[in-house]
Design a protein around this ligand. Sequence first.
Ligand code: 1WB
Ligand code: MN
Length: 382
Amino acid sequence: MSSALDRKASRRAVVTGGVAAGVGLALGSPSQAATEKKSPLPRKFRRIAVEEAFTLPEVAKEMQKIARGPGESLDLPLIRGVYDAAPGYENLNFLSGLLDVEDRRLQEMDRLGVDMHVLSLTAPGVQMFDADRACELATLANDGLAAVISRHPRRFAGLASFAPQAPQRAVKEMERAIRSLKLNGFIVNSHTNNEYFDDPKYWPLLEAAEALDACIYIHPRAPSDGLKGPLHAYALDAATWGYGVEVGTHVVRMMVSGVFDRFPKLKICIGHMGEAVHFWIWRITFMNSRAQSGGRAPKTQLTMAEYFQRNFVITTSGVEDPLALDYSIKKIGIDKVMWAIDYPYQPSQPAVEFMDAAPLSDADKAKVYHQNAERIFHIAPL
Ligand code: 1WB
Ligand code: MN
């Protein structure tokens, strides 16, 4: 019997066959010209969505093996749902949306006036594979992204994957992704083998991102083994609560450990309206300063609030709450907030309607819808 993956994937000709065949396709080919003509009519605001997920059949196949294997990772419940049709997830069909880039996704973008998806390999990326497979699949994903972008340069940009399990090889892939493939930044799905970026073994990655002037988007995955205890029940593992706890913990660890003194120009992006970190930043700052005085936290050159302000940007992915948007803009500034949908995990239309309806001046809305993304992810303005 064919697997759920095979069944789901075979419903359509997936993009990635085309990606493989199209690697190296030259810009300005006839197919590109045809697609560009179909672009939506001019509108008030270019809409660039910056946390938009995809996968490749090769990656999905490996994820299915993980789904069927043993393990204690709190990512497994959802992985089994998405890649192996585990009970309880029948109401979700994320896999076909992840595998499709140039077909239904583009049609929906056209219909809703979404100009561009900044694509990233879906969580947990390559971070649950062994180091060799992780490196191989990160390279494949980045080549696939470059190919799809070359066919639709106005419709897609991409964040490159790398394998933190193999820091030296990851640095090489990061350099290739930015310098040769011209990708727009990086994606990482929080912890790797239950370790965080304050760990010196990962500093070469941070150094590389800083040197390449490429923002790292720290996307969620389920909480690490040490955090997961009470987050298993009631589907708290994923986007209901666990994802924010995991990413929030990750970036606060980075701030309090002092890595931003070492890499002062490093830019980190977090989604889901800042994963609530800026909501807590006053208290984080106050209590960290007390912990520093008591010798319970390392001395840092700047306060936590200053690091958040200097080194972080956020996106609206998956949070369509006008009060949360208003707070974010007032708290961290209009130049730090980017629009995102979180396709295919969140529906696109409400995300567009939310931002269209946001009570912002045209100048401010242009920043959130596209100008901040153009600056932060080096996307050519129209
Ligand atoms: C969900 C969201 C699941 C994301 C995911 O699986 C990812 C979810 C990888 O809402 O269930 C996401 O990227 O935000
Ligand atoms: Mn997401």
